[in-house]
Design a binder for this molecule. Structure first.
Ligand code: PLP
Length: 355
């Protein structure tokens, strides 16, 4: 069935191994993030065999079905309305609200568990976390007193909302937070969770400050690249996930629509230049599956537009015919939406010639 996504398990395994070893040499533990592929079992199985302690995801629903003996880390700050499931299905959660932490403590006591938390600090990216200049002393003392909560460490998240790139200067703020928190609570924090795939350039330059001992990574493992500058990492696979979509119409047609022009199927005004007759193909995939800017077409194929169920491309050669498939690379957002679409077949393969 098409559209068909091909997921190369060997490539993913290679990427996980490459990254665990790269980080290990610098005393950093990798926490792989599974949210982009909805914690698909075949990929989680690879993580089960890897040299890691924890698997991270942002959704409780993914943890409910996850089969693993690794610890489970919830990335998104818990909703008060899901606290019972957070305690039941996860071991560690990232947190930034005392109200939520108190609710976790109460529920953990009810379920006779100790729940571990990583307290998030915002050092400038402005997504989650206690703002680093805020007064957190009373919070820390309160958290320390909670019987069913263990403060495992502190963390930060960068290059998500504010596109702030991790640097040694930015990490100085986190170091000062670590020192202060340890002074207030009176013991050494076990985990300093320094960020995500955007911290990789510092790691590769051996400039990641040594107090950081954990990184949470999703994109680097599926796309073989860092996310601070978007560069591929040599030695990793960029094509763990690819897509094939089928051509259902292929005709020579004008490049410019004819008649009075209004708005397209999604209410957008569109503009065309007349480039004469062109070779146009329609593929059976659309916005319901993936946004058109999330597909990376092969050489000789240019994406012109899409509607809910159709993707229109221009072909600059005669190599294709109706019924053929076109093979696309994918962005992170593309993998996310295709994995979430029930209309897209998922084909898990092992690569035999590499490994
Ligand atoms: C998604 C997420 C990550 C992983 O980010 P990548 O860019 O995919 O490495 C790390 N931390 C948090 C809090 C996240 O939500």
């Amino acid at each position: 069935m098409y559209p068909k996504m091909t997921i190369n398990l060997t490539y993913y395994k290679d990427n996980v191994r490459y990254m665990t070893q790269l980080l290990k040499r610098q005393g950093i533990r990798l926490v792989p993030v599974t949210k982009v592929f909805r914690a698909a079992e075949a990929l989680v199985d690879i993580l089960n065999q890897a040299d890691i302690d924890m698997i991270a995801d942002s959704r409780i629903m993914n943890f409910k079905e996850m089969k693993t003996d690794k610890q489970k880390m919830l990335l998104r700050i818990p909703m008060i309305s899901e606290i019972e499931d957070v305690i039941r299905y996860t071991d560690v959660s990232l947190n930034s609200e005392l109200e939520v932490i108190e609710a976790l403590n109460k529920e953990a006591r009810r379920q006779k568990k100790i729940h571990q938390i990583i307290l998030m600090y915002d050092i400038g990216d402005l997504r989650e976390g206690i703002y680093y200049k805020a007064d957190d002393v009373s919070w820390l003392l309160r958290i320390k007193a909670l019987k069913n909560i263990k403060l495992l460490g502190i963390g930060t998240n960068l290059t998500c909302y504010g596109a702030v790139i991790p640097t040694q200067k930015t990490y100085k703020k986190l170091f000062e937070i670590k020192e202060r928190v340890e002074r207030i609570i009176g013991y050494e924090l076990k985990v300093i969770s320094g960020g995500n795939s955007s911290s990789l350039p510092l790691v590769m330059d051996e400039k990641l400050p040594s107090f950081i001992n954990q990184l949470r990574m999703g994109e680097a493992l599926v796309l073989g690249r860092e996310t601070a500058y978007g560069k591929d990492i040599i030695g990793m696979h960029q094509d763990v996930f690819t897509l094939d979509a089928e051509i259902i119409e292929l005709k020579m047609k004008p490049s410019k629509p004819e008649g009075k022009i209004g708005v397209d199927a999604f209410g957008h005004r569109v503009r065309f230049t007349d480039r004469g007759m062109i070779r146009r193909a329609i593929l059976a995939i659309g916005k319901q599956d993936i946004g058109l800017d999330q597909l990376k077409p092969p050489l000789g194929v240019t994406i012109l537009g899409s509607s809910s169920d159709h993707l229109i491309v221009e072909l600059d050669n005669e190599n294709y015919k109706v019924g053929d498939q076109i093979h696309f690379g994918l962005t992170y957002g593309g993998i996310l939406s295709l994995m979430t679409s029930p209309y897209v077949e998922k084909n898990y393969v092992l690569s035999t010639n590499l490994g």
